[in-house]
Design a binder for this molecule. Structure first.
Ligand SMILES: *Cc1c(COP(=O)(O)O)cnc(C)c1O
Length: 355
């Protein structure tokens, strides 16, 4: 697949690139940004002409609704450079669709496809030098939207700002991850906004995660809010369990983010002939399979790390360590996915899009 840029954008180039100041071998995830950003404002019921301009702060009115009522959503995606210096996006249409689902749930304006996708293409084209070759290197893409309408009356904003910023990234290693299975706090509730990539979902997670950190655990496995008996997500990732040789993950719902990594791994696993079950996974099953030795792996799945293996979990104060996985499913699926993303293997799914 390839997409052509057609939309009219006002482009102002940076006078001088910052790229020579960047140590690409020692990047902290998400803290270095490229020379340019895309900005597009929504007002009077319409999206205005998008602009690509030098990465810089912008001014906001203190009464902007995002500060008071939290209308803020985002996406996380990546671009990869192959051996021939071609840059590839991975399933960008899925991020675009999900962005507008989040927008609808948060009563925000939906973004036009050409602003999001063509705009992204043109932005990456301009900052192409920032995408480095080699397995593990990528360009992390952060589209987001905030409510810029003013006034502290509690109602949806009539004005929005859509922005895309780009951040070069090295392969993401989360270190050893031990998790606590949530018994009290919840990430998302039935009928809530858990399925939207809403900024507030993250804010609500920081406090319980900090409590877990104090006890020596890096993340929380979120359970359903009503009964805390079903395993739903791991931190800000979807979660997979391998019991014997079956891969298990929860079905998406309005409490679970419909992860693109999650659905890509399910497709790859099925294609590789692995046994995959998408169904509610119970805390009870986790305890039972850990006890009898059937629990082989737990891993988170998301764009930043692809997979993040989990070493052990705590439940009701008891810690259960997993065996070291031989022939790890997580590693196998990560390798398969990376090969497609870096154009090292044939993309039979039609997932990759050339910039
Ligand atoms: C973004 C996100 C994911 C992973 O989604 P990907 O599309 O795979 O990056 C999973 N869970 C939550 C809560 C998220 O915000």
């Amino acid at each position: 697949m390839s997409s052509k840029s057609t939309i009219q954008i006002d482009i102002t180039k940076a006078l001088k690139s910052k790229i020579s100041d960047v140590d690409f071998e020692n990047l902290t995830f998400g803290s270095t940004f490229t020379d340019h950003m895309l900005v597009c404002d929504y007002k009077n019921g319409a999206w205005q002409k998008p602009e690509i301009k030098p990465y810089a702060p912008f001014l906001m009115d203190p009464s902007s609704k995002v500060f008071h009522y939290g209308q803020a959503i985002f996406e996380g995606m990546k671009a990869f450079k192959d051996e021939n210096d071609e840059v590839w996006l991975f399933r960008p249409d899925e991020n675009y669709k999900r962005f507008n689902k989040s927008a609808a749930r948060m009563a925000m304006a939906e973004v036009d496809e050409d602003i999001f996708l063509d705009g992204l293409n043109q932005l990456i084209e301009i900052d192409k030098e920032w995408v480095k070759k080699g397995l593990g290197n990528s360009l992390y893409i952060r589209p987001f939207m905030i409510a810029t309408g003013t006034g502290v009356i509690a109602s949806p904003s009539a004005e929005y700002r859509f922005v895309i910023i780009l951040s070069p990234a090295k392969s993401y290693y989360s270190g050893e991850v031990k998790v606590i299975v949530a018994e009290h706090y919840s990430r998302a509730a039935n009928g809530g906004i858990g399925a939207a990539k809403a900024a507030g979902n993250y804010a609500g997670q920081f406090y319980p995660t900090a409590l877990a950190n104090k006890e020596g655990f890096q993340q929380i496995i979120w359970t359903d809010d009503a009964t805390h008996t079903k395993l739903e997500e791991a931190g800000t990732m979807n979660v997979f369990f391998r019991i014997k040789d079956t891969l298990l993950t929860a079905p998406t719902s309005d409490r679970i983010l419909d992860g693109i990594t999650r659905k890509s791994l399910i497709a790859l696993a099925e294609k590789s002939g692995m046994s995959v079950e998408v169904r509610p996974v119970l805390v009870e099953e986790l305890l039972e399979s850990s006890k009898n030795g059937d629990l082989k792996e737990i891993f988170g799945a998301g764009t930043a790390a692809v997979v993040s293996p989990i070493k052990g979990f705590s439940y009701k104060g008891l810690y259960h360590e997993l065996p070291i996985a031989s022939d790890s499913f997580a590693q196998n699926l990560k390798d398969q996915l990376n090969k497609i993303q870096y154009n090292l293997a044939e993309d039979t799914f039609g997932w990759t899009v050339k910039v």
